[in-house]
Design a protein around this ligand. Structure first.
Ligand code: 0O2
Length: 214
């Protein structure tokens, strides 16, 4: 009986994770349709790259422990909202907000939480626009609303976040103060680069393809 019970639990966990994978795929499709349509209609691709992942069982377990919540499917479903994640990297800050609007205004999408770490960066300098959205997934057993964390950021923000993540991992969270300080300064430099690139982009756009005087 114990083996049967263990198998049932495994099946339940696999079903649980599959729903997130389906939700993630729905959001990926929406983003890729926006990219293709935008490219055709405006002769311009606002997206640099898209990365998606379903959180690994290990990191779900680690987060359950860190948050001190019950290891119960319904509790985990309610409390851990980044099991499915899609990261959309754009060239310019204006495209970050444009993509966010185009996705969140779709009428089958329900926006649960928005965290604008571009308007108000985290203390360490982290910048990105986060949204927890719910997307319907149509299964043989009925429709489920699946939460997906979508992170919108620029290439510069992504460059910074990936290095910061590696450093954080390397020092197991105990990053030396001087390095934290340098990283925060680098995040500000990246923010400045984003502002300059945006303004160059606007100038080129306004020139309508004419050669700019330098
Ligand atoms: P991974 O490996 O990307 O999955 P919580 O999700 O409850 O821990 P919070 O504050 O509710 O925290 O979520 P928040 O602030 O929206 O950020 C969650 C995710 O944003 C993180 O997921 C990272 O992907 C990214 N993020 C947030 N802050 C930082 C940061 O300072 N540096 C970097 N590099 N990424 C950040 P995970 O689960 O931590 O990691």
């Amino acid at each position: 009986a114990a083996i049967e019970q263990a198998r049932a639990l495994r099946d339940q966990f696999q079903r649980f994770l599959r729903e997130y994978e389906f939700g993630m795929r729905e959001v990926e499709t929406k983003i890729s349709i926006l990219r293709d349509e935008f490219t055709h209609n405006h002769a311009y691709n606002p997206i640099e790259h898209v990365k998606s992942r379903v959180k690994s069982p290990d990191s779900i377990v680690e987060k359950v422990a860190r948050k001190g919540i019950d290891a119960d499917f319904d509790v985990v479903r309610a409390e851990i909202t980044d099991i499915a994640g899609v990261r959309v990297t754009c060239s310019f800050v204006s495209d970050v907000y444009r993509l966010f609007d185009l996705l969140t205004q779709q009428n089958d999408i329900t926006v649960r939480v928005v965290k604008d770490y571009i308007a108000v960066p985290k203390e360490n300098g982290y910048r990105s626009l986060h949204a927890i959205v719910e997307v319907p997934v149509f299964l043989s057993t009925g429709t489920v609303a699946v939460p997906v964390e979508v992170q919108f950021r620029t290439i510069a923000m992504d460059f910074w976040a990936s290095l910061e993540h590696k450093i954080h991992y390397k020092f197991a969270g105990a990053v030396p103060a001087a390095l934290v300080q340098s990283l925060t300064e680098a995040a500000e430099t990246a923010g400045e680069l984003d502002r300059r690139m945006e303004s160059l982009h606007r100038e080129v756009h306004a020139s309508n393809g004419r050669v700019l005087e330098v």
